[in-house]
Design a protein around this ligand. Structure first.
Ligand code: AMP
Length: 333
C-alpha cells in the first residue's frame, strides 16, 4: 500500500472568498482532492491581524461561518479531506511559540507582505508582524509534504522551510520540510481596477470579484475593468489590465493566453469583455447558490467542522509533543 502525500493549506476567514483565492488556491485543492491526504483549514487565527479598533467580533463569527460555507461550496468534501477551523486546534499557537525561538526578527521585517501593509497605514498589530511564524506552525504541524498556495505566499512557505531546517538542525529532526506548490495558471489574479496590485479582500471598490457576487455585480465589474486605449486583446507585461483579463479568461477555460489572444484578434475590448463576463457568471453562480444554502444551516456546518477538528488534532498533538520534547519540554521524568 502506498501512503498518500500529505497536503496542507488554508485561507483566511474573511467571510467572502474572491476569485484570487479560488483560482490561485481552492480550485487546485478540489481538482486534486483525491490524490493526497489533505488538511484544509479556515485560518481564523490569521483573521486577528487587524488593529483591535477594526475588529468586530460579531461580524467575525459570521465571517468564519461564511468562509466554511465557501470551502464546501467550491467542492471541498469533508468525507475526503480533513476540514477544520484553525482555532479549534490549540497546537497551532503552541507550535508558533516553539518556532519563534528559531524565527529571527530581521527575517520577519523583510517579509514583503509586512512591508506592504505596514507602509499602507500606521498602527499595525504585532499579530500581523508575527503572522509568518503562525503560518509556519500551521504548515509544520501536519507533517505536510506539499503546500498549495498562490504566488503571494511563496515567501512565507520558504520561511517555514528555513525555520524547520533550522529547528531540526539545533534540536533533532522534529519536522518534515515541505514544498510550496504554485499553480501554473491563476497564481496571481490582479485587481480589476488596479491591475498592478493583486486582487484581495482588503482592496476597496470594484476591483475584486467575490464568489457570492450577484450576476449583475460580476458583469459590472468585468465591464468596468481597467484596460487601456490600444483596443487590442493582448497579453503584454506593459499592459497589465488587459493581460490580467486574458489570463483570467485562459484560466477559466483551461486554455493558453495565446489561444485567447488569437481568438479575439481584430476584435475590440467590448466583445471580449462580454464573453469573459458570461463565463465568469457561469463560474460564480453555482458557487453562490450553494453558499447561500449552506449558510442557512450553521449547525450542520459546525458538525462537519468539529469532526475535522478531531482528526486534525490527533495529528497536530503528536507533532507538537515531538517538538516540545525536542526543546526539553514535556514530561520531566
Ligand atoms: P489569503 O486570502 O491571503 O488567506 O490567501 C489564501 C490563498 O489564496 C493563498 O493560497 C493565496 O496565495 C491565494 N490568493 C490570495 N489572493 C490571491 C490572488 N490575488 N491571486 C492568486 N492567489 C491568491
Amino acid at each position: 500500500m502506498t501512503t498518500k502525500r500529505r497536503r496542507l493549506s488554508g485561507v483566511r476567514a474573511t467571510g467572502r472568498l474572491h476569485l484570487g483565492n479560488y483560482l490561485g488556491a481552492l480550485r487546485q485543492w478540489v481538482e486534486q482532492q483525491e490524490d493526497a491526504d489533505n488538511f484544509f483549514f479556515i485560518a481564523d487565527l490569521h483573521g486577528l491581524t487587524d488593529a483591535a479598533s477594526e475588529h468586530d467580533p460579531v461580524a467575525f463569527k459570521h465571517a468564519r461561518l461564511s468562509t466554511a460555507a465557501m470551502y464546501l461550496a467550491v467542492g471541498i468534501d469533508p468525507s475526503v479531506s480533513t476540514l477544520f477551523f484553525q482555532s479549534d486546534v490549540p497546537e497551532h499557537t503552541d507550535l508558533m511559540w516553539f518556532l519563534s525561538s528559531v524565527a529571527k526578527k530581521g527575517e520577519l521585517e523583510r517579509m514583503t507582505q509586512w512591508k506592504d501593509k505596514k507602509g499602507k497605514g500606521g498602527g499595525a498589530s504585532s499579530a500581523l508582524f508575527f503572522y509568518p511564524v503562525l503560518m509556519a506552525a500551521d504548515i509544520l504541524l501536519y507533517d505536510a509534504d506539499e503546500v498549495p498556495v498562490g504566488d503571494d505566499q511563496r515567501q512565507h512557505v520558504e520561511m517555514a522551510r528555513d525555520w524547520a531546517i533550522r529547528f531540526n538542525h539545533h534540536f533533532g529532526n522534529a519536522f518534515i520540510v515541505p514544498s510550496a506548490v504554485i499553480p501554473p495558471a491563476g497564481a496571481r489574479v490582479m485587481d480589476l481596477q488596479r491591475p498592478n496590485e493583486k486582487m484581495s479582500k482588503s482592496a476597496k471598490g470594484e476591483g475584486t470579484i467575490y464568489l457570492d457576487d450577484s450576476d449583475d455585480e460580476v458583469v459590472r465589474k468585468i465591464k468596468r475593468a481597467v484596460t487601456d486605449s490600444a483596443g487590442v486583446v493582448a497579453s503584454d507585461p506593459e499592459r497589465p489590465g488587459i493581460s490580467n483579463l486574458v489570463e483570467l479568461y485562459a484560466t477559466i477555460e483551461n486554455s493558453t493566453t495565446e489561444e485567447v489572444t488569437n481568438k479575439y484578434e481584430g476584435q475590440g475590448y467590448g466583445v471580449f469583455k462580454q464573453d469573459l463576463a458570461d463565463r465568469m457568471v457561469e463560474l460564480v453562480r453555482p458557487i453562490r447558490d450553494r453558499v447561500e444554502g449552506l449558510r442557512d444551516d450553521p449547525h450542520e456546518l459546525h458538525r462537519q467542522l468539529s469532526l475535522g477538528a478531531d482528526r486534525a488534532q490527533s495529528v497536530a498533538h503528536a507533532t507538537a509533543a515531538r517538538a516540545a520534547e525536542a526543546l526539553g519540554l514535556g514530561p520531566i521524568v
